[in-house]
Design a protein around this ligand. Structure first.
Ligand SMILES: [Zn+2]
Length: 207
């Protein structure tokens, strides 16, 4: 990945530590409907495009879920530690163009029931796709505990636009070593290096 176009001082990902508990934060209001399966090999990541009609509310504004994708290993770190995988659920405010991305760490453990249904269908080459009528809901993929860290940052791929409100879930989900390996084999090391925090406050919500 060529990060030459990237600049700025509020970049992502970051190492999450020293977060400040903020009692004014709440669970993110989520309206997630099921989607059919649309998987795209983007070359640098495996992306799952989401059917229209699902959204979250951030700062009183609605952000529509567009897609989620994966990084191996994780991009964010927690107390200096990386996880073998991280999923990014990308939501867009259609009025302002701003993004709200929910990051979910994946640790090695039990087989993941969502991934079990898709790992055999991951498109092997860039720009290839897999589409199916099989439905699933991201609400079933995300951790049950809604604690999160939040900070202002950027896209982690060029042009690294500083338009992202990040919500990194504290609790990881699990996938088997084999499942994580299936993504690693396609994406290789598609994680941007950690970026300086530069005085930003990382806030914590206890779910
Ligand atoms: Zn990402």
């Amino acid at each position: 990945m060529d990060y030459t176009p990237c600049g700025g001082t509020v970049q992502s990902p970051v190492n999450i530590e020293g977060a400040v508990y903020d009692p004014s934060l709440a669970d993110i209001p989520q309206t997630y409907n099921s989607t059919a399966t649309h998987i795209v090999n983007k070359g640098h990541t495996v992306q799952f495009n989401y059917d229209a009609g699902s959204s979250i509310v951030v700062g009183g504004e609605t952000y529509t879920l567009l897609q989620f994708h994966t990084h191996t290993h994780s991009e964010h770190a927690l107390g200096g530690a990386s996880f073998p995988m991280e999923m990014h659920f990308v939501h867009k405010n259609e009025a302002t163009g701003k993004l709200a991305v929910i990051g979910v760490f994946v640790r090695e453990g039990a087989e993941n029931s969502f991934l079990k249904g898709v790992v055999d269908h991951l498109p092997a080459t860039k720009d290839s796709t897999y589409n199916a009528n099989d439905t699933f809901n991201v609400a079933d993929i995300m951790p049950g505990n809604k604690s999160y860290f939040t900070y202002s940052g950027s896209l982690t791929t060029p042009p690294c636009s500083e338009t992202v409100s990040w919500f990194v879930m504290e609790n990881p989900i699990e996938a088997s070593a084999t499942q994580i390996g299936d993504f690693e084999n396609l994406e290789h090391e598609n994680h941007r290096p950690l970026q300086p925090v530069n005085g930003r406050t990382i806030k914590f919500h206890k779910g």
